[in-house]
Design a binder for this molecule. Structure first.
Ligand code: IFM
Length: 466
């Protein structure tokens, strides 16, 4: 259905969303499951990284996390209670294929098999992400994502999961946020495996995309019924702080490495020339082989968009210099003076509208779903553990509104997933940052829906009535 202002019962853009709009909540395996040594699971790069002194706040690990592995039915009941259409979760590669090669581990697959059945039994669509950062450690030891072979290992693993769950799961996301896997993991060193080499990171980018394309092609060929295949990218807005040439170039470069380096090969079958030139200036080339771009640009049915903040860039540092001490062009994030979340991320809902409209314009023909959006705040539970998180309610409401505005402006946005169902392991921040609609008391593993969970449930209900 085409959105139209005429269907609006109120002035709230949320009321322009159609009943067919898909609502969901999202999580990922390492962030919630725990049970890292059960059912034949082997270590992932995150199990290893968490043991590196200083890598994760307070030395936290995902060993127990939200204990979802043991509490899955209770968590599915929570999801169903929110009245959402879909649950986006990820499969832990080292649970399903320990060591990253060879046959499937039946005990690992059985967990996801039960999860899918439990969801379907509650009328909730399973939305599977195949890779949300938990690479089997053995594959990292063999070179990790910078090694081309990992792309082929990923496609094999994807097929193990697809063969087991494809009879009941319709929507498949290959990768979650490959920029984070590649750049935070192999360049900035803030995520597992903690390497710091731009060449490795760019090779990782290419092999992640290649793995996506290989898996997409094989799943499409093997599908016996309707499927919806896609990938999820973390995207932002990158605007110049001023109209100066240096600031405009900084914004171009940031958008190039953050967004177009992924969007262009996936949706246009070519890497962006300006980004290749920026990389070449740093002595780095993308290790493309003949035929790779055809594989990477295999058609997708949905583009997942994860949005948390919008940024301004400047090409000069605080002292007015355009080059850093290594002679590289300056690309500096300029604070906008906006309110921030507990992550220090500036809150800019209109950026989501701008982003979705831009994606619809620059990469037409691909339906979009906001696969993650949400916020960490300093939650203050009352004596019963209830959190009146009005800040999170406001954040979510403004961003759902922003997605609705993008639809009104013509962007083909089909759904919205709140990040996250539960407070969980927030990577290098450990359990210090809470994104959940549902509070987790980590001492008791008690789940307590926050005010934002109730707001989300009521909003879904309201829109359903349209
Ligand atoms: O928690 C993460 C998630 O794993 C990926 N997207 C961003 C979230 C918040 O940082």
């Amino acid at each position: 259905m085409k959105p139209s202002a005429a269907t609006t019962a109120t002035d709230d853009p949320i009321d322009t969303l159609p009943a067919s709009f898909r609502w969901g909540v999202a999580t990922s395996s390492y962030q919630i499951e725990g049970a890292v040594a059960e059912g034949g699971r082997t270590p992932s790069i995150w199990d290893t990284f968490c043991r590196v002194p200083g890598a994760v706040t307070d030395g936290d690990t995902g060993d127990v996390a939200c204990d979802h592995y043991h509490r899955m039915p209770q968590d599915v009941a929570l999801i169903a209670g929110l009245g959402v259409d879909a649950y986006r979760f990820s499969v832990a590669w080292p649970r399903v294929q320990p060591g990253g090669r060879g046959p499937a581990n039946p005990a690992g697959l059985a967990f996801y098999d039960r999860l899918v059945d439990e969801l379907l039994g509650h009328g909730v669509d399973p939305w599977v992400t195949l890779y949300h950062w938990d690479l089997p450690q053995e594959l990292e030891d063999a070179g990790g994502w910078p090694a081309r072979d990992t792309a082929y290992r990923f496609a094999d693993y994807a097929m193990l999961v697809f063969d087991a769950l494809g009879d009941r799961v319709r929507t498949w996301t290959t990768l979650n946020e490959p920029w984070c896997s590649a750049m935070l993991g192999y360049y900035h060193g803030q995520h597992a495996p903690g390497r710091q080499d731009l060449g490795d990171a760019i090779a990782a980018t290419h092999h992640l995309l290649l793995g996506h394309g290989l898996a997409t092609g094989r799943m499409r060929a093997a599908a016996t019924g309707p499927v919806e295949l896609g990938i999820t990218l973390n995207l932002s807005t990158a605007a110049p702080a001023t109209d100066s040439a240096a600031d405009r170039d900084a914004a171009r470069a940031a958008d190039g490495q953050g967004a177009r380096l992924y969007l262009d090969p996936l949706l246009r079958g070519a890497y962006p020339e300006d980004v290749l030139a920026d990389l070449a200036a740093e002595g780095v080339r993308v290790p493309v082989r003949p035929g790779d771009l055809e594989v990477i640009s295999a058609p997708v049915d949905v583009l997942g968009v994860n949005y948390y903040f919008g940024q301004l860039f400047s090409g000069v540092d605080e002292d007015g210099r355009e080059r850093d001490e290594d002679g590289r062009p300056v690309r500096r994030v300029v604070p906008q003076g906006l309110p921030t979340t507990a992550m220090g991320w500036e809150i800019r809902p209109e950026g989501l509208t701008e982003l979705l409209v831009r994606l619809g314009r620059d990469y037409p023909g691909v339906p979009m779903v906001v696969t993650e959006n949400g916020a960490a705040f300093e939650d203050r539970p009352d004596a019963d553990g209830f959190v009146a998180d009005d800040d999170r309610v406001a954040y979510l409401a403004e961003h759902v509104r922003a997605a609705a505005r993008a639809r009104l402006a013509g962007a083909d946005v089909r759904g919205y997933f709140a990040w996250s169902l539960l407070d969980n392991f927030e990577w290098a921040y450990g359990y210090d940052k809470r994104f959940g609609l549902v509070r987790v008391d980590y001492d008791t593993q008690r789940r307590i829906p926050k005010r934002s969970a109730l707001w989300y449930r009521d909003t879904v209900r309201r829109v359903r009535r349209h």
